[in-house]
Design a protein around this ligand. Structure first.
Ligand code: ADP
Length: 383
């Protein structure tokens, strides 16, 4: 507890944009997020008052960080599971806990658990050799290409490879990365179902969204998912609620889904604020960042309803160097679209890196989407 305010201290491991935006939500709740950051230049370290420098793989640093925190949570899933278990054994409240987080850390464990629960997953297999990948491609009538994934540590499409044939399989296996393969799902589009769950067991579900990916990176999120039938939306929300309950998740759970002609299948789980939920800052009554804080502190959940009929978030990626400055781009954007809400993460610009996002709200999805995409492209490219 912060004795100056009488309000709780939440510690977030990782100093990226998710911690930065969680800090922003913490301020409204009378708190100041404590952040464990690798560098003083990290996105959240630039803005939070209580920043501890240290790495998430250092148990001693984690222990020191956790002292005086009501709850410890994460802005990424790279903290070694055994470190989380060690903190739990010492009485630290860590959310999500090690037993739940393992399913967001290890894609193999996640697929096994989901399959055991009867949740829909793509055909998949752990593999150690190129021959096993070939056999997988030939079995089941799917053929090439197949999708290979690093079992651990992937993000933003890093750790996902579309393999066209045996040569590419052999090349990838030679890198020594622990892998699984799965069928390339004939997807119509991608959806995400976001829920939050508290230790008390209260669960709140956000409207299901459509996520648009380019080169493995999420570029747009449309809320609510256009044209999604009510029954399919309820099915996706119920699936996310069932998973949160079954895995004992505390905090946010984002379930990334593929929509196919035959129904929905689960692609990925994330147990933290997620890019598919950034739209909630302006587009929902309670933002995902506040909801995550409420959940880990066992506060009652906030309302998840939309604040407008159509909400679109577009990511701003780092563009090519040169052109007019980001400051000048903001001037122009604010002049042309006063309704566009901009979030910049204070990150160094590198091509393709997520450096911010734009959210637009309105009545008509087509025009809202066009405005969000135009604004993000402008900030990214200056054209
Ligand atoms: P990351 O952990 O990097 O986000 P994902 O597993 O979410 O990786 O995959 C990134 C993207 O690659 C997905 O959003 C999707 O567009 C594509 N993808 C992943 N798996 C498959 C699959 N089995 N079939 C078709 N596309 C896939």
């Amino acid at each position: 507890m912060d004795t100056r305010t009488g309000l709780p201290v939440v510690g977030m491991v990782g100093g990226g944009q998710l911690a930065r935006m969680t800090h922003q939500a913490a301020i409204s709740l009378g708190q100041s997020l404590r952040v464990l950051s690798v560098s003083p230049d990290d996105s959240a370290a630039l803005v939070a008052a209580d920043v501890r420098l240290g790495t998430h793989t250092d148990l001693a640093a984690l222990r020191e960080f956790a002292k005086g925190c009501e709850a410890v949570t994460f802005d990424h899933e790279h903290v070694p599971n055994e470190h989380i278990a060690a903190l739990e054994a010492e009485g630290v409240k860590v959310f999500p806990g090690s037993a739940a987080l393992v399913f967001a850390q290890d894609k193999g464990r996640m697929r096994e658990r989901l399959a055991a629960m009867g949740a829909p997953v793509p055909r998949w297999q752990r593999v150690g050799t190129a021959a096993e990948i070939e056999a997988f491609a030939e079995a089941g009538g799917g053929g090439w290409p197949v999708v290979a994934k690093a079992v651990r540590g992937g993000y933003d499409g890093k750790g996902v490879w579309m393999l066209a044939g045996p040569d590419e399989a052999a090349e990838l296996v030679a890198t020594g990365t622990p892998l699984l393969v799965e069928e390339r799902v004939p997807l119509r589009r991608e959806l995400a179902a976001l829920v939050a769950r508290s230790p008390f067991g209260q669960v709140a579900a956000y409207p299901v969204v459509e996520t648009v990916q380019r080169d493995g990176i999420c570029v747009e999120v449309l809320a609510p998912a256009p044209g999604l039938s009510e029954s399919r939306a309820l099915e996706a929300q119920q699936l996310a609620i069932d998973l949160a309950n079954a895995l004992g998740v505390v905090g946010l759970l984002a379930v990334e889904l593929f929509e196919t002609d035959g129904g929905i299948v689960v692609n990925e789980l994330a147990m933290r604020p997620h890019n598919s939920g950034h739209w909630t800052i302006e587009g929902a009554r309670t933002s995902q960042f506040e909801q995550h804080l409420r959940a880990v502190l066992d506060y009652p959940m906030g309302a998840t309803t939309l604040t407008a009929p159509a909400v679109v978030m577009a990511n701003v990626l780092g563009g090519a160097p040169g052109g007019i400055s980001i400051d000048e781009r903001l001037h122009h954007l604010f002049a042309t679209d006063p309704g566009a809400r901009v979030h910049l993460y204070g990150k160094q610009v590198r091509p393709g890196r997520k450096i911010g996002h734009v959210t637009v709200l309105g009545d008509d999805m087509t025009s809202v989407r066009a405005r969000a995409v135009r604004a993000a492209k402008w900030l990214q490219e200056g054209v």
